[in-house]
Design a protein around this ligand. Structure first.
Ligand code: SAH
Length: 248
């Protein structure tokens, strides 16, 4: 059980595996005004940057669950580096169906709502770990504007225009699920570039170091076509944000 290797090659230099800069992640942490000692559950916690920096900056405690052994090891090292290893822990495992024994004050899934089969299922899953009055965080893509055709949707790594909603519709969707949207921080083109463009140098350095690896042809093809595809489609059409929710 592990994340396919191509992801860890692309994002080898990343601490945040989504289109947020450290500044946006910190802004979100401040915006939530979490009392020190708030218990957090982070499903698909990646390299643990949210839990580790918020433990350092806001005194939260908590658990991250992620299917990637590489990212989970990085998260544990980061916790030690930031001096918060006594406050946060990282579990390697499948987060689908993961529910805490004790309810938490903040339950998050940032950029991995497929673990609950989509937004509705992930909201339901996180809700099972959340104490009454707690905060939920969902990180999710949305369309910046209507997608004109199937080619554009696929250029954005979507199966079709139905994969995402427009931002107002996504916000209404959370309402339909019985939640108030009480805060949000959105990616922008610069923060998208930090996530996507940073992958290209990772791929190129890896290719130079591993020319005979079995994945070299796949990585070469991605590096040849990926940057223009990103500029043509994803950068223009796909937004992303983290939405803070409270049950009505
Ligand atoms: N929330 C993190 C990581 C987002 S990237 C961040 O913002 O930095 C998506 C993450 O989902 C990856 O770390 C991947 O390993 C993880 N993942 C994918 N499927 C998963 C599953 N079934 N259970 C747990 N983690 C999963």
């Amino acid at each position: 059980m592990d994340l396919p290797r191509i992801f860890t090659l692309r994002e080898s230099s990343h601490r945040i595996h989504n289109p947020f800069t450290p500044g946006k992640l910190a802004a979100l942490g401040r915006a939530l005004r979490l009392p020190p000692g708030t218990r957090v559950l982070d499903l698909a916690s990646g390299s643990g940057e949210m839990l580790c920096t918020w433990a350092r900056d806001h005194g939260v405690t908590g658990t991250g669950v992620d299917i990637s052994t590489v990212f989970t090891d990085k998260a544990r090292s980061r916790a030690a580096e930031l001096g918060v290893a006594d406050r946060v822990s990282f579990v390697h495992g499948d987060a689908s169906g993961f529910v805490t024994d004790e309810p938490v004050g903040l339950a998050a899934c940032v950029g991995a709502t497929w673990i609950g089969g989509g937004v509705a299922g992930t909201v339901e899953l996180l809700g099972r770990s959340l104490r009454p009055g707690g905060l939920m965080l969902i990180g999710e893509p949305y369309w910046l504007r209507e997608v004109p055709d199937q080619e554009t949707a696929e250029g954005c790594h979507a199966r079709g225009g139905d994969d995402f909603l427009l931002l107002p519709e996504l916000i209404e969707r959370f309402g339909d699920l019985g939640y108030d949207v009480v805060e949000m921080v959105l990616a922008d083109q610069d923060s998208w570039d930090r996530y996507q463009a940073a992958q290209w140098l990772n791929l190129r350095r890896w290719l130079d170091a591993h020319p005979d690896d079995g994945m070299a042809a796949e990585v070469r093809a991605e590096l040849t076509t990926g940057p223009a595809r990103y500029a043509r489609y994803q950068r223009e059409y796909v937004g992303w944000g983290v939405f803070a929710l409270m049950a009505r």
